[in-house]
Design a binder for this molecule. Structure first.
Ligand SMILES: [Zn+2]
Length: 458
């Protein structure tokens, strides 16, 4: 038995060695002949060539300035930061009426204006104040109909139910006609009580506000629909502003706006953007922006010149960061309606939308954009060049083209070309640039290098 096992072992190990030999041989063959490997090696060579070229090109944008030269040129560097910066956007405009809070006093029945109680514009009226005393023969007829209908209903000796029902519906129809002609419920009751028609009707103010137009004169004959007065509710006003084309990237629907007036220097009013015109004014290169502002004390008067200021912060992704709107739901029609969860607008019933849908971002430190002071980039037309101090080499600087985003106060947002912590030249960059030109290297003024300003040195 033991002998038998040993025999198998011997046979098995011979077989194993054979397998090992065959596999290692073929493996080596494949390694040697593999086209993939050859290509990879070839690629490697190309890469190193390209790298050489790249660093050579990069080198052309480098300049060495001794410590003394740096002192003479007052070179100062500072690290590139990632932080939220605030843009102060200024807009100019005027106070206007809130068009959604206008009421028109119209004649609902033909007649003659025997008395206009408000005889000039600018007068403020309260809801229910009498405005017009109108003479109307048609009204007289309708009132007589009312009295007749009432008489029929009140007649007790009529015991037939359906006749009774008929009289009631006639009475209700006449009442409705008078309501449509603008008579109040109490006016109708008064006529029924007195049992006597009047050929005049008083028209009352439907809202509190200021009479901004008087379209009729006493003694004038009017038809149904003739406008007599326009009343504006000035408890809330519209501020109509113009935003410059370059500023609209910072502005969003629902954003808070600080309103300053010449009339009340030092005072701040506040509102929210309720409309941004989707069309740019070709003549002024501005965009119309409307702001809703509460005006309970009536101090803001239509026609006043104002300045609107938006303090806007932007995330790295180009969204506006407004902490009081982060994660909130807002009415797409009434920006003052802001809620914690989805629902409907209290004013118009429209479904609320998420603030994020309107171009807002939830602010997190990691979303802060890369920024540099506005004195760092040298800008000509579309190009911007910054000078960066090479790490671990305090005498070498690199000129680098960057892509700038919008400017925010004393900062530029950088979209491309710089990393957080890199040291950029904040003072003396013009001097470095002219040194580059003297050495015929690519500079802001001369991106290709060489050419003008090139002095050959040996
Ligand atoms: Zn609404």
């Amino acid at each position: 038995m033991k002998k038998y096992i040993q025999k198998i072992r011997e046979k098995y190990s011979v077989f194993l060695i054979l397998i090992l030999l065959v596999t290692s041989f073929s493996f080596g063959y494949f390694i040697k002949k593999s086209p993939v490997t050859e290509k990879a090696v070839e690629h490697e060579t190309h890469l190193s060539d390209a790298h050489k070229g790249h660093s050579a090109m990069k080198h052309a944008r480098h300049i060495t300035l001794s410590d003394t030269a740096q002192k003479l040129a007052s070179i100062q560097v500072m690290p590139v930061e990632r932080k939220f910066v605030t843009a102060e956007i200024s807009m100019f405009g005027k106070i206007d009426y809130d068009e959604t809070k206008l009421a028109y006093i119209t004649a609902r029945v033909p007649g003659r204006l025997d008395r206009l109680y408000v005889d000039y514009t600018g007068i403020s009226v309260r809801k229910g104040d009498h405005l017009v005393y109108l003479y109307s023969p048609e009204l007289l007829t309708a009132q007589e109909e009312l009295i007749q209908a009432l008489k029929r209903v009140r007649t007790k000796n009529n015991d037939r139910k359906y006749v009774q029902k008929d009289s009631f519906s006639i009475l209700e129809a006449v009442r409705e006609k008078l309501r449509l002609w603008g008579l109040t419920e109490s006016q109708i009751k008064q006529i029924e009580k007195k049992n006597k028609p009047s050929d005049h009707i008083t028209i009352y103010a439907p809202i509190s506000g200021t009479v901004i137009h008087k379209n009729a004169m006493e003694g004038m004959y009017v038809n149904t629909g003739t406008q007599i007065y326009t009343i504006a509710d000035l408890n809330r006003v519209w501020v109509k502003l113009e935003a410059y084309e370059s500023d609209i990237t910072w502005i969003r629907y629902g954003q808070k706006v600080e309103i300053r007036t010449e009339t009340y220097p030092g005072e701040r009013f506040e509102g929210r953007i309720s409309f941004i015109d989707p069309i740019l004014n070709q003549k002024t290169r501005t965009v119309a922006v409307r702001v809703n502002v509460e005006n309970r004390d009536g101090r803001l008067k239509p026609g006043m010149f104002v300045r609107g200021i938006v303090y806007s912060r932007m995330s790295a992704g180009g969204k506006v960061v407004e902490p009081d709107l982060a994660g909130k739901w807002i009415s797409p029609m009434h920006p003052e309606i802001i809620k914690d969860r989805p629902g409907k607008c209290d004013i118009c019933g429209m479904p609320l939308v998420q603030a994020e849908m309107l171009g807002y971002a939830v602010a997190e430190p990691k979303d802060a954009p890369i920024v540099i002071p506005a004195t760092v980039p040298l800008i000509t037309g579309k190009r911007a060049v910054v000078y960066v101090r090479i790490p671990d080499n305090s005498t070498m600087f690199e000129g680098r083209e960057v892509v700038l985003g919008p400017r925010a106060g004393n900062y530029y947002i950088v979209l491309k070309g710089l990393h957080e912590g890199e040291l950029v030249v904040v003072n003396g960059n013009f001097k470095i640039d002219s040194a580059m030109q003297i050495e015929a290297k690519p500079s802001m003024m001369n991106p290709e290098g060489g050419g003008m300003g090139a002095v050959h040195k040996h």
